[in-house]
Write a protein that binds this ligand. Structure first.
Ligand SMILES: Nc1ncnc2c1ncn2[C@@H]1O[C@H](COP(=O)(O)OP(=O)(O)O)[C@@H](O)[C@H]1O
Ligand SMILES: [Mg+2]
Length: 246
């Protein structure tokens, strides 16, 4: 479904990605783990065409996309939920979802997609006419995901959906992601909640300073001292007990 080979992305002269290669198969939930500044968001931005890959190739659903514009990539069936959600605060919940469905020209399709999103997130239906800026952080995250689902994407990119949420809401968001995965959506997830992300993922990649350091399943990665140490070093975000349940 998605394959990156040797991808390098720059911000000006600064190289943010140093030859990143990774793969997401159809139906998989794959996560990218790594500390702040590792380049996780840059991978998603490069895949969705917001940032440009200077070198390397990106294949999506059988097509090379590394030179395509972001809106053409959306048309191919990829939705990107950016870090910090970025809902339109001055628009209502419904208007935000309409923005997400901007490519849908058929009214019946639009209504049925809206109903699908509302049945997945009943709280959004209740808040249909409410301004998005007045929603809680968790509700805004659901809206951001709902907006991305309006196009029924083949691949969903999720950038730190649990960021800034209370522990209960974090669990709720992970349940939501698990449900999406179960219903067949292919997902590339970026997270700092290592333990929870890996538990629901089929496969994980660990990124440090723009390079893939390790990859494997939860069972494989949780045995890696390097992974534990790296995240232990990040004590201000996550404690060991929360990471690996030890
Ligand atoms: N717009 C930008 N301009 C310049 N440097 C950036 C920009 N965005 C990110 N960077 C730098 O690129 C590196 C990777 O950032 P990012 O992909 O946001 O990391 P992560 O999502 O893992 O926290 C960091 O060193 C960051 O400072
Ligand atoms: Mg980021």
């Amino acid at each position: 479904m998605l394959k990156l080979i040797g991808v390098e992305t720059f911000y000006g002269k600064i190289k943010a990605l140093h030859g990143v290669s990774l793969e997401v198969l159809e139906g998989q939930l794959v996560c990218i783990l790594g500390a702040n500044g590792a380049g996780k968001s840059t991978i998603l931005k490069t895949v969705s065409g917001i940032a440009e890959a200077e070198y390397g190739s990106i294949e999506f659903d059988g097509q090379r996309i590394e030179r395509m514009d972001a809106d053409d990539i959306v048309r191919l069936g990829m939705s990107h939920v950016p870090e910090n959600r970025h809902v339109f605060p001055e628009l209502t919940v419904r208007e935000n979802l309409q923005m997400g469905g901007f490519l849908i020209t058929n009214g019946t399709t639009f209504s049925s997609r809206l109903e699908e999103v509302y049945s997945r997130f009943p709280v959004l239906k209740e808040r249909d006419r409410q301004l998005a800026g007045t929603l809680s952080g968790g509700e805004q995250q659901m809206l951001a995901i709902g907006r991305a689902l309006m196009l029924k994407p083949k691949l969903l990119l999720l950038d730190e959906p649990s960021l800034g949420l209370s522990p209960i809401l974090v669990s709720e968001i992970f349940e939501t992601i698990k449900d999406l995965h179960r219903s067949g959506v292919t997902i590339l997830l970026v997270e700092q909640n290592v333990n929870q992300a890996l538990q629901i993922a089929d496969y994980g990649y660990v990124l440090t300073s723009g390079k893939i350091l390790l990859s494997g399943t939860y069972e494989e990665l949780k045995k890696e001292d390097r992974v534990k140490e790296m995240y232990l070093g990040e004590g201000k975000y996550v404690r060991r007990s929360r990471l690996w349940g030890t």
